[in-house]
Design a protein around this ligand. Structure first.
Ligand code: FAD
Length: 482
């Protein structure tokens, strides 16, 4: 046993928040020998990775995250061997389909060639293959680099190749292509960033998501994303840690004594209840942290699969619904100007087509959201359902029940969703790479006992646990120096 493990063994940590990053941090610290307690305000662990019966008994909905390309790629989750704790990945035939109003669809297939072919344009097919092939061939190196702490790159040429395209705006990446199909497809991927399409680095999202689709797929977890949380919690218990739920932390002075505190919260909450622990200059920098647009989230119980006009959509886990580049561009610009598009771009997922364990026979679920202005309380249910109906005539006839959450509901559900922002902060150029503030070790604060481990730190949002894992390593390093 090395000396760092011996130091860790005598130490205690409190993790505030049991989201995937809080749990990953807790597992990393507990595995190193620390005594770890996780305090969670909600009645269950999981944060943005919970599954619940929202509408009908026996029908399971992922309340937040559902499609998990980053989780399946995560070095942290691989180290924890979550499959051994019961996680089963469910791979849709196509990770994603992008339908058009003519009743056809471009598809993100595991096969680059099939995706390229779905653009129906030789120039665009060649451009796509040239762009994607090197990223997909070196996916483990690339994603390892993207998810790890910023450091001298191990694969500088690969990273440079990725970076040259990734620093573009979504619009500029889409304009590498000539035809409407490829442009719409790229725009839909870039829209995951929550940025207007003419802002960089939205292209980074498109490239990572497309490459992940080819390299590892966009799987669901059998039974719902909650199963991933259960596996993380089981690992933590196995390593001797504990989780207390129903325990909101509103003042850091009330926290139990510990050697280090790791906060799975965003800068706004950290300032609210732990501001006294931090020097004024750092507090001022945290206060400048910016949040992104909110989302309007919807879940449906259906009596049958969505009747998509484009047949390929029936074989896809995720649907990007917005049609052509211009329509998606307008839809993604509006929330940044305080408005909601009449025909909002939708991200939809249909897990029960591939995972029957989530609903009884004769029932399907549909999951979806669109971007709206931060903190919007508007109910955009009708606009969302009209948009689906355009691409799937007869959709309304299969709807059995629905639930929706506006930005306010989302923030009440999980205080990390500030104003309904699901990215734990805006993904503009500075905040994607240096969040929450520019520091050599961004998980550390000037207080050597206080760390941030949420998606407001690198490598940012998504269920992958790497923010937590990186924060825990920073805390262990700091303890070694104390
Ligand atoms: C609608 C939606 C859809 C999404 N879709 C996807 C997807 O398909 N794929 C994907 O990879 N990602 C998706 N995400 C993003 C993903 O859920 C987040 O990036 C991820 O959960 C961040 O993990 P985290 O641990 O940093 O924070 P969170 O998951 O937000 O967890 C933070 C935890 O801290 C707790 N907490 C906060 N304040 C306190 C307090 N004061 N005291 C005690 N506990 C507190 C919260 O209750 C919560 O449990 C989605 C998010 C949303 C909201």
């Amino acid at each position: 046993m090395g000396s760092s493990a011996q130091i860790a063994r005598k130490k205690t940590a409190v993790v505030i928040g049991a989201g995937p990053n809080g749990l990953a941090a807790a597992c990393t610290l507990a595995h190193a020998g620390m005594r770890v307690t996780v305090l969670e305000q909600h009645t269950s662990a999981g944060g943005g990775a919970r599954t619940a019966e929202l509408i009908e008994p026996g029908v399971l909905h992922d309340v937040c995250a559902t499609s998990l390309p980053l989780a399946v790629s995560s070095p942290c989750f691989q180290d924890l061997d979550l499959e051994q704790c019961g996680v089963r990945w469910v791979h849709p035939t196509y990770p994603m389909a992008h339908p058009f109003l003519d009743g056809t669809a471009a598809v993100l297939s595991r096969d680059i060639g099939e995706t390229a072919e779905s653009f129906r344009d030789t120039h665009d097919a060649n451009t796509y293959s040239r762009l994607m092939t090197p990223l997909v061939q070196r996916w483990p190196d690339l994603i390892g680099q993207i998810l790890s702490p910023l450091r001298i790159p191990r694969h500088p040429f690969l990273l440079a190749r990725f970076g040259l395209s990734a620093i573009r705006s979504g619009l500029s990446l889409a304009h590498l292509f000539k035809g409407g199909r490829a442009r719409g497809f790229i725009a839909g991927l870039a829209a995951h960033s929550g940025l207007p399409l003419d802002q960089s680095p939205a292209a980074a999202f498109a490239l990572v998501l497309a490459a992940a689709g080819h390299a590892v797929g966009w799987p669901f977890v059998e039974g719902g994303t909650q199963q991933l949380v259960e596996a993380l919690a089981a690992r933590l218990i196995e390593y001797g840690g504990s989780i207390t739920t129903g325990c909101p932390v509103s003042d850091a002075r009330d926290l139990p004594p510990a050697d280090v505190y790791l906060f799975d919260v965003t800068p706004r909450q950290l300032l609210q209840f732990a501001g006294d622990l931090l020097p004024q200059s750092y507090r001022r920098r945290l206060a400048r942290y910016r949040y992104g647009p909110g989302v309007f989230k919807m879940d449906w119980v259906l009596s049958a699969p969505v009747p998509w006009a484009a047949g390929k959509c029936r074989n896809a886990g995720v649907i990007h619904l917005g049609g052509n580049l211009e329509d998606i561009r307008e839809s993604e610009r509006e929330p940044h100007q305080g408005r909601i598009a009449d025909q909002p771009f939708l991200l939809l997922a249909q897990p029960t087509l591939f995972d029957p364990s989530r609903a009884p026979a004769g029932r399907h679920v549909l999951w979806g959201y669109c971007h709206v202005p931060n903190a919007s309380t508007e109910n955009v249910r009708d606009a969302v359902e009209r948009q689906i109906e355009r691409f799937a005539p007869g959709f309304s006839h299969v709807v059995v029940g629905r639930a929706s959450m506006n930005c306010q509901h989302l923030e009440q559900y999980n205080p990390n969703l500030v104003g309904g922002d699901i990215g734990a902060g805006l993904y503009n150029w500075t905040q994607l790479f240096t969040r929450p503030v520019a520091r050599l070790v961004p998980w550390a604060t000037p207080n050597p006992r206080v760390f941030i481990c949420s998606a407001s730190t690198p490598p940012a949002g998504g269920v992958h646990g790497m923010c937590g894992c990186n924060a825990a390593r920073a805390a262990l390093n700091a303890l070694n120096r104390l």
